[in-house]
Design a protein. Structure first.
Length: 266
């Protein structure tokens, strides 16, 4: 299945500030390695998976713009823009807004409450799973639900290392998700089990290697090479699995899916 996604080259990617437990200015990024790792993901999407990858121009002093998953949530050609919690990232919104507008998208929501785009909102069939409270407000979920006219299932996250929903939950296909249970409140975990027929539990080891930050088109997935057990589970499920290294992005608390925003057309 083909997908259309948005990526941002890591030209200005570095650790300039610390806004999650993974980031430390004492643990700098190797820019050349970051570029190689980013390019490898781009090549997997375009050459191996046949996805359509669009690019947004990186901006100086906005090092986290590379994580386009936080640039919005796009469903049916409509865009919920991000309202970033950290002041360091707030200037990104205008650049994403301009890109969407220049690329023909016209229906926008500017959430009043903090909302960090697809980082905290994952589309599963007709539903949206949405995470809080680390980086998005629970109150943003009803804004999203009415804008897209979709049911939103709110999931409380319980471990600050897994501060965006897409670090601890991945959508694999129409029947299947993968997750690390301890990143969720008891109620949140119960809601997922009540909703999704097939729930794969990753190990803490694989979750910490950003294995769950995994883009899938239902048949093809890219998995962090630090998460071999998870990769094997997906192979057993019949998926085409490609693994790749994301060490430099993990220094910023990001992985493969964070570098990717899905553009769901109308
Ligand atoms: N350094 C970025 C931040 O803390 C990483 C964003 C990761 N994005 C994601 N979708 N999980 O905002």
């Amino acid at each position: 299945m083909s997908k259309s996604v948005l990526m941002c080259p890591p030209t200005y990617f570095e650790i300039e500030y610390e806004i999650n437990p993974w980031m430390s200015k004492d643990n700098p990024v190797d820019p050349e390695l970051a570029l190689q790792q980013w390019q490898a993901i781009y090549d997997i999407y375009t050459k191996q998976f046949g996805w359509d990858v669009k690019k947004i121009e990186p901006q100086q002093n906005l090092p986290d713009m590379v994580f386009t998953a936080n640039g919005g949530l796009v469903i049916d050609g409509k865009v919920a823009l991000p309202t970033f919690r950290a002041p360091d990232r707030q200037a990104e919104t205008e650049h994403f807004n301009n890109w969407f507008y220049a690329n023909g998208l016209q229906d926008f929501l500017e959430p009043k409450y903090d909302f960090e785009g697809e980082g905290d909102a994952l589309v599963w069939n007709d539903l949206i799973f949405a995470g809080y409270p680390w980086r998005s407000d629970l109150a943003s979920h009803s804004e999203i639900a009415s804008f897209f006219d979709r049911e939103v299932i709110s999931l409380q996250l319980a471990d600050a290392r897994f501060y965006h929903l897409d670090t601890c939950l991945s959508i694999i296909d129409g029947d299947t998700v993968a997750l690390w249970p301890e990143a969720f409140s008891v109620e949140a975990l119960a809601k997922i089990h009540q909703t999704v027929p097939n729930v794969i539990e990753a190990s803490e080891h694989d979750a910490l290697a950003y294995g769950l930050n995994m883009p899938s088109d239902g048949t093809q997935v890219v998995v962090s090479e630090g998460a071999p057990d998870l990769a094997n589970r997906l192979i057993e499920l019949g998926k085409t699995v490609v693994t790749t290294s994301i060490s430099e992005f993990q220094k910023s608390g990001g992985g493969i899916k964070c570098l990717t925003l899905e553009l769901r057309a109308s």
